[in-house]
Design a protein around this ligand. Structure first.
Ligand code: ADP
Ligand code: MG
Length: 250
């Protein structure tokens, strides 16, 4: 199925034909290793230290909630795990690959292939339908095949939105928009699903439904799920919980 010309997303996503080859670790070994990661920002006075010696590792299927006060460094850590930002020191390994050793093009491809993001604000493209927003994940990999639209439709059905494929984001409720964002995050079958306050804009009941959905989908795909949250109810759905306090993960 083709995206109709009249609604074709006005994206500037670089079409890449890179054939990225990653060395995939076995599923019994940690596929995410974070070692001694620090992050600091220069200031006119002393550097602002945001992450202090963060280390942990997770295996496929692990689900971790990170809880902590505002400003403690949660989003900074998630951005580094998502390869959107680089650590000042320390290492991150995702399925045996140091993403920060890749060229910018290869890193963009690696990120699209391996990592799914769900943000507090859904970040959907307002001019694109729910189905097109899910398909956008494929554009980032440089190829949209005919069966991708079918898979996007199946994902929308999986998140309970089969009757909403042609709706624009403005025509959806907050919970529905977040479910489209989850379907988009899963479109490339990521091994790492990163969620930054995924229920932060939702009421308690809708937030619980989104939390259950994330849990179910991560279990189905055996992906690593990491969610940063202020919500004790959401954190309770995760087998592993860690607290971020002043840049330290405990
Ligand atoms: P959280 O997600 O836990 O609320 P953040 O990771 O967003 O916290 O931010 C942690 C700290 O890092 C904050 O004090 C913030 O001001 C600071 N910070 C984040 N990004 C930058 C940046 N690009 N430059 C300088 N300081 C930053
Ligand atoms: Mg944050």
């Amino acid at each position: 199925m083709r995206i109709p010309q009249r609604r074709r997303c006005n994206l500037e996503i670089e079409m890449t034909t890179l054939s990225y080859q990653s060395s995939v670790a076995s599923s019994s070994t940690p596929s995410l290793c974070v070692q001694n990661v620090t992050k600091s920002y220069p200031t006119p006075a002393d550097p602002l230290v945001v992450l202090r010696d963060v280390s942990f590792s997770l295996s496929p299927g692990d689900r971790l909630a990170i809880i902590g006060p505002s400003g403690s460094g949660k989003s900074t850590l998630l951005n580094i795990l998502g390869t959107l930002d680089q650590p000042t020191s320390g290492t991150v390994s995702i399925e045996g690959v140091n993403p920060f050793s890749l060229s910018a093009k290869k890193l963009a491809h690696f990120r699209s292939e391996k990592i799914g993001f769900v943000f507090q604000d859904h970040h959907l493209l307002p001019q694109c339908s729910a189905l097109e927003n899910v398909l956008v994940a494929k554009l980032a990999l440089g190829r949209v095949a005919d069966d991708d639209a079918q898979r996007a439709g199946e994902l929308l059905r999986e998140v309970g939105l089969e009757g909403r494929a042609t709706h624009l984001p403005a025509e959806l409720s907050g919970g529905e928009r977040q479910r489209v964002a989850i379907a988009r995050a899963l479109m490339n079958s990521p091994r790492l699903l990163l969620c930054d306050e995924p229920t932060g804009n939702l009421d308690t009941k809708t937030g619980a439904a989104v939390g259950e959905l994330l849990t179910r989908l991560a279990q189905q795909t055996n992906a690593i799920l990491i969610a940063v949250t202020h919500s004790p109810a959401l954190a309770e759905m995760f087998p592993r919980k860690m607290g971020m306090v002043d840049g330290k993960l405990e």
